[in-house]
Structure formats: C-alpha cells, structure tokens
Design a protein around this ligand. Sequence first.
Ligand SMILES: [Ca+2]
Ligand SMILES: [Ca+2]
Length: 447
Amino acid sequence: MPTARRFGYNPHQTGSAGPVWPPGFPTLLGAFPLSLPRTLAALVLAAAAGLSPARTFAQAPKAHAGKLPSLVIEPAFPNLSFNRPVAFAYPPRDEGRYYVAEQHTATIYSFPTDRSTREKQLFLKLPDPIHHGNEEGLLGLAFHPNFAENRYFFVYYSADDQGKRRSVVSRFQASRSSPLTADARSEKRIWISAEDPYENHNGGTIVFGPDGYLYITLGDGGAADDPMSSGQNPRDWFGSILRIDVDHPAGGKPYGIPKDNPAARSPRYKHWAPEVYCIGLRNVWKFSFDRETGELWAGDVGQNLWEMVHKIENGGNYGWSIREGFHAFQPQRRQRPDPAAKISLPIAEYPHGANQGRSDTGLSITGGYVYRGKTIPELRGVYVYGDYDSGRIWGLRYQGKRVTAEGELIDLKNTRKLNIASFAEDRAGELLILAFDGKIYTLAGRR
Ligand SMILES: [Ca+2]
Ligand SMILES: [Ca+2]
C-alpha cells in the first residue's frame, strides 16, 4: 500500500523553514468557506491583521470570479482492474486499443477501446531486475509518433544495475507477426540517468511532444531539501525536464539534441547540459501537452507545505529549491538562481492542510490535462489536476497569462476518495483517472 506521503518528502529528513505566516493566520483563513475565492479571503485577512497585502501576498495568485462546472467520477472501464496503474498511452494512429502500465509488476497490458470490454492482453513484462520502492518501478510509457511503421515504444523505469539505482528510458519493439505482444529482448537503452542515490523523486513520465521530441521528467534525485542542490544546477539532469531526439542519434549517444534546446540555441544557456529543457523542478510526477495549443503543463510535488502547477517553457526555471510554490524555501541557504533563467512563479498552488489550516488541501500533486473533450462542454480549456493523497480534483482556466477561474470540480462528500496515480486522456480527449484501487475512472457532468 502506498504511504500517505507517497510522492512527498521523507518524514525522517528535516523539513523546510517554510513561509512566514502571522500567528493565527492559517486558522483564520481556514474559517472561510471554500466558495469564497481563497486568495481574496487571504487579502481580507491580511488587511484586517494590519499587514501590507502588497508585501505579504505580492506573489500570490489573483482572486477571480470565473465559474467551473461541478463534476462526478464514474467508472470508465468497469470490467477491468490493474495493479498500481501509473501510465496510460496509445499509438498515434488508431489501432483500437489502449495500453496501461503497472508500476510494480512492471507489466503493460492492452485492451480494446470499448468501455465495456473485459479483455486484457499482456503486451510486455519488463525484464528484471528493477527497483520496487514506493516511487519506483515501471513509471512511463510512450508510443513513437511513427509507431504504425516502426512499432517502437518507450518505457521509463527504475533499473537495478548490479546494485546501482538508475532511471532508464528504453525502446522496445512490438512484434510485427503478433502485434498485440512486444518482445522483451528487443530492449535498447536510450537514456540512462546518473546513479540516483535516493529511492524517492524519480519523476517517471515520458511523452512525445507535438515537436516529435521525447520529454522526460526525472525528479531532483530525492531525500528532502534538495541535498544535492540539483534544482538550480543546470549541468546535472536532476531537477529538470529533459528533451531528446530519439530519431537522430549523434555524438556517440543513442539520441540527438534538438537544435532549439536551451544550450544549443543560445550562448546564455551554454553552461546547461544539452538535454536540459528547463530547471528548478522538485519532482514532476506527471506532465502533459495541451492537444490543442501544444502547451506543456506540469504538476510539481512540493516538500512540506505546497504543491505546484507550472506551465513549462523552453529554458524556464521553476525555482526549486529556492522556492516552494510562491514561497521562499530555506532562505538561510542563500542559493542563487541560475544566471541564465529568471525564476518563474507557478500558475497555481495548494497547501498541505496540517500547515495551512485550509480544507482545499493535499500532499502530493498529480498533474493532469487541459480538457479538450466533447462530453463536458463547460470544462473545455480547463486544466484539470488532482492530489494523490486527498483525492481532490481541481480545475483552472488560464487566459491572457492569468488564472480566470479556479476551484474544486468534485464534491468529495458525494464520491469515494481515490488515490489518483495519474490522469489520462482517451483518444477523444475525455479525461480518465488511474487510481490505486486498480480501476480507471472518468469525469462526467452532473446529470
Ligand atoms: Ca531518486
Ligand atoms: Ca539539475
């Protein structure tokens, strides 16, 4: 069973200094009803306490008045069950099947796209040995954009290389003669992380972007407090999202470097590792591309206090471990931001309840998708994300570089609480949820 802090910090490590709140402030803020925009509530309280809102909340999100729909969770594939499903994918060209990766069995199954299907077929079981820690195992799955011709797909997993812990992206090939199975012997390792000293914070999502390049999230290494100071170090891979070209190997590596990766496109970034696309991330467990705009959205798992949503840009810096969300993190360390990239603030954050006394809380963000489906028209264009631990699901509308609507989409009083391991998008753009009760759910409008 997962622990309460599955993707969060290690409770045996010392925590962060965190933001400075006036005494009693969190308790007061928690007294406001959820329906009142919470930032507005914070500003009112700050004014009442005689604080300068400009000083205290200069970097907090703006209050907003936009409306979001109220949704329910329904079973999507009621006759299918999985063991710790963590990734959902399918080939770009419709072959009538979806694929789910199981974390600890390190197995990929395929099944027909028909919602009532009972058929589940073994596609691939990863060769051993792999690590099976709480945040380890088979974590990512992505089909090559040209899968229809080359039958290539890619996985991200926690390798056990003679006792050394490393994250690996490997390419496998589906069988041509028996297309519903893949050959475990076809493995070719494409990218291998540096030795990872800690079991936690391994990222795990891999996705081909609209540019055809493979994006990889690998976490800051792990433990707590960014002990390797990898967040602001662009020369190492940890703490970044990477971008590689799997189709054009170069420089003796099994992959190439896209010409507009930061270090390749500008002298300003010449000290960055060639693969690094952005820096300052703690542990992006899930990220996605908006299928309409191509924009990259990520949920970054925070440490003791805050969970963050970021919109990721080429060459961006998201602040870890100088910041956690909108807040300073351990300022006594006097870390300097990387000189090439100014720190970008999150699009949104939410707190860990024990620290902030608010009820819209969680412990470990699971980044989601911008909804582009058809069945919930009022949800179109909303970025939907949730929390692994609290099971809450939020949406935000981001227009003209500001959040114009934000709030909870599900009333947890009327539904069972899920441990949300992943969101997914089916071929039609409808949103799915992979939960650790083994089931796949979908979001639907209230009837
Ligand atoms: Ca790690
Ligand atoms: Ca780094």
